[in-house]
Write a protein of this length. Structure first.
Length: 292
């Protein structure tokens, strides 16, 4: 039976541990003989722009022996030019997998329901599971454990925050989340505390994570959000409350001077480029598991 990654919950704790081990091995050795995608074409269906996700998926697919086909919003018109069920069933006739970046999470669920090849969520309004996998693989590389660590997430309770919370729960990593009132994540998990005070959330944190205040699709709210989030900027003043050696994380793209200051983003404790690099390795590991 085909397996999808539509949301973090599609992976068990055991599968996440296995994925991290495979990612570590692929990163260290980049074996030339392991080609789980040999002779497979993978469709990349993107309704929104992307740098990291598109390039790491395309590169990863090539490295695993497959061929990516990128389909831009103009090409398909998911649910507009053609119904999602028809797109999913047609693509399944020709390709071995679908990676999709969509506005509405329901679109990725529908793709998964109608496709008979694996479907991978490359970001929806609710989740960004591949980002979370790369992020917690990065944390694991740094600490070799999740036990006793405190990850603070400051900003918008958005798709990146949701997937991070869900994967943190799987990995038993404690999270403290500070958002303005009304911008809390719309899920709760056992290992996460939801707060509205950034100083309280960041206190003694080992890792501090932030993301843009205005996600793709929310652009009409940008001005209002700039005002609402102004006390949630990750800057050196706020970082005084975290552990001095804490790591700084951001999924990128970043808006310097909004959710994070340039000096914090470029500081020696920033591991944002390691996160970005690990998108490639984590996604290759995911393919290796889905195409065993
Ligand atoms: N972090 C991330 O998903 O980046 P892109 O939007 O550039 O793919
Ligand atoms: N929350 C951001 C993440 C971008 C990778 C967005 O959805 O636009």
């Amino acid at each position: 039976m085909k397996k999808d990654l539509l949301a973090v919950k599609d992976l068990s704790k055991k599968e996440v541990a296995e994925l991290f081990l495979i990612a570590k091995r692929l990163k260290q050795t980049n074996p030339k003989h392991e080609k789980p995608l040999q002779d497979k074409t993978i469709a990349l269906v993107f309704e929104k722009p992307s740098l990291r996700t598109r390039v790491t998926f395309e590169t990863g697919i090539y490295e695993l022996g497959g061929k990516p086909i990128y389909l831009s919003p103009q090409d398909i018109g998911l649910g507009k030019r053609e119904s999602i069920s028809d797109v999913a069933r047609n693509l399944s006739l020709w390709v071995g997998g679908i990676v999709a970046r969509v506005f509405a999470h329901q679109s990725i669920v529908e793709l998964g329901n109608y496709a008979n090849v694996p479907v991978i969520n490359a970001l929806s309004d609710l989740e960004h599971p591949c980002q979370a996998l790369a992020d917690l693989f990065t944390v694991y590389e740094k600490f070799e454990t999740f036990k006793g660590l405190k990850l603070a997430y400051i900003g918008d309770g958005n798709n990146v925050c949701h997937s991070l919370m869900l994967l943190a729960e799987t990995c038993e990593l404690d999270m403290f989340i500070a958002t303005p009132k009304g911008y809390e994540p719309n899920i709760t998990t056992q290992n996460a505390q939801l707060l509205n005070d950034p100083q309280e959330a960041i206190r003694d944190a080992d890792i501090v994570y932030t993301d843009v205040w205005t996600s793709m699709g929310d652009e009409a709210q940008k001005e209002e959000r700039l005002k609402t989030f102004k006390d949630f900027q990750l800057n050196n003043e706020l970082l005084k409350y975290a552990k001095p050696e804490c790591f700084i994380m951001h999924c990128l793209p970043a808006h310097r001077g909004e959710e994070i200051t340039a000096d914090v983003l470029e500081s020696k404790n920033s591991i944002i480029l390691q996160q970005a690099e690990n998108r490639l390795h984590a996604q290759k590991a995911l393919f290796a598991m889905l195409y065993k």
